[in-house]
Ligand binder design. Structure first.
Ligand code: PMP
Ligand code: GLU
Length: 400
């Protein structure tokens, strides 16, 4: 069948592909440690699930307005307003089927044929593909490895073209775990404004943060900017509240643009699933209960972050990695381990999966196939065992 130019180059999501393969091998009886998928391994907090069940019993099972039920949009806006330090209009919030759809809405509404969109690299695998679906051109841009690849105005100046219309930034970053400080973010937001570039800030891992200076990573709403005309915030419930399967994300931007996202969504998915919106309403309105669960998950992620960075140093002492300050990924560089049969991280990950049953995502998914990503959203025992097996693959001893 002849395919349209919209999808001719479209590939399946690489992160989802590896995770699907790992799940299939496990279902076939293989002993697989799946550290590919980026999703919390915790159950959704029960007060959240209970709210969905109560909603279903109360008949909240029909279509909602396309941008979500007003009470949920208002609850989200109230939490965003606390962060911003002033009231933000709830009409700027659009609830979507996952942050993924919120990103699609933003990219598709803002960029089109011929537009250049800078994508901070290493990037989450879907950004360039979403830009390509809009027939715009994704241009990866990255800062120095020693600085966790974080970009700065100087780096952006070298990448900007006359056709640059957008910049996609992710902090805390998937796959590196790097986190931008408030002053770094401010400099980038000012650069974007001065250059007529829309900044899409994906802050879905904001609550998974290991710094001691603040409870959550810095985000664009902390910039105290009262002008949001050229900024789109992306966030959601998937990571903060262990709700990946419920498919609730949102965007926040100025209300006219939000209305356009709503029109697009009304033509494509109508609305995010109604029972899921009831669940999210509990998560975003009961701040005390939600923050307690974020805190508990955060403690586990921090312990595992320490575990994986320590084990990596023991098992692969010569391998460099980005020190994760947020999210739940460890990004490390494996080109020093290549040999005649394994000349990229894709082949290295295949060998690890085939010979040792450990699934990681090769850096090809994030823009550089000398690196690999490990998700440490897994039990301590699985992580210990994964490093024992990586040690076995490379012939290293481990203390585990
Ligand atoms: N942004 C980033 C950086 C992610 O890692 C993910 C995880 N899939 C998403 C967006 C999409 O999240 P959601 O499950 O809400 O669609
Ligand atoms: N964000 C996760 C990851 O990067 C989930 C899979 C996806 O949506 O790409 O692995």
């Amino acid at each position: 069948m002849r395919l349209s130019a919209n999808v001719r180059d479209l590939k399946p999501s690489a992160t989802i592909a590896v995770s699907t393969l790992a799940k299939r091998l496990a279902a076939e009886g293989r002993d697989i440690i799946n550290l590919s998928a980026g999703e919390p391994d915790f159950d959704t907090p029960s007060f959240v699930s209970d709210a969905a069940i109560a909603g279903i019993r109360a008949g909240r099972t029909r279509y909602t307005p396309p941008a979500g039920v007003p009470e949920l949009r208002k609850a989200i806006a109230a939490r965003l307003s606390e962060r911003a330090g002033h009231d933000l209009p709830w009409e700027g919030v659009v609830v979507s089927s996952g942050a993924k759809q919120a990103l699609f809405n933003s990219i598709f509404c803002l960029f089109g044929p011929g537009d250049h969109v800078l994508v901070a690299a290493p990037f989450w695998t879907s950004y360039p593909d979403l830009v390509t679906i809009a027939r715009a051109i994704p241009l990866p841009v990255s800062g120095p490895e020693a600085d966790g690849f974080k970009i700065s105005p100087a780096v952006l100046d070298t990448a900007r073209t006359d056709a640059t219309r957008g910049l996609i930034l992710n902090t805390p970053c998937n796959p590196t775990g790097a986190v931008y400080s408030l002053s770094e973010l401010r400099a980038i937001a000012e650069w974007a404004r001065a250059n007529g570039v829309v900044l899409i800030s994906d802050e879905i891992y904001r609550n998974i943060y290991y710094g001691n200076d603040r409870p959550a990573a810095a985000g664009i709403l902390d910039l105290a900017a009262d002008r949001v005309g050229d900024i789109v915030l992306i966030d959601g419930a998937s990571k903060s509240y262990a709700m990946t399967g419920w498919r609730i994300g949102f965007s926040y931007c100025e209300p006219d643009l939000a209305a356009k996202f709503t029109s697009l969504q009304s033509q494509i998915t109508s609305n995010a699933a109604t029972p899921s919106q009831m669940a999210a309403l509990a998560a975003f309105s009961d701040a005390g209960a939600a923050d307690a669960s974020v805190h508990e998950m955060g403690r586990a992620f921090r312990r595992r972050r320490d575990l994986v960075t320590t084990r990596l140093g023991e098992v692969l002492p010569d391998v460099s990695f980005v020190e994760p300050e947020g999210a739940f990924y460890l990004y490390f560089r494996v080109d020093g381990l290549f040999d005649d049969g394994v000349t990229d991280a894709t082949a290295w990950c295949s060998r690890l999966l085939k010979e040792q049953g450990v699934a990681l995502v090769p850096g090809a998914a994030f823009g550089d196939d000398r690196w690999v990503r490990m998700s440490y959203a897994a039990s301590d025992d699985s992580l210990e065992e994964a490093f024992r097996r990586i040690g076995a693959l490379v012939g290293a001893g481990t203390s585990a």
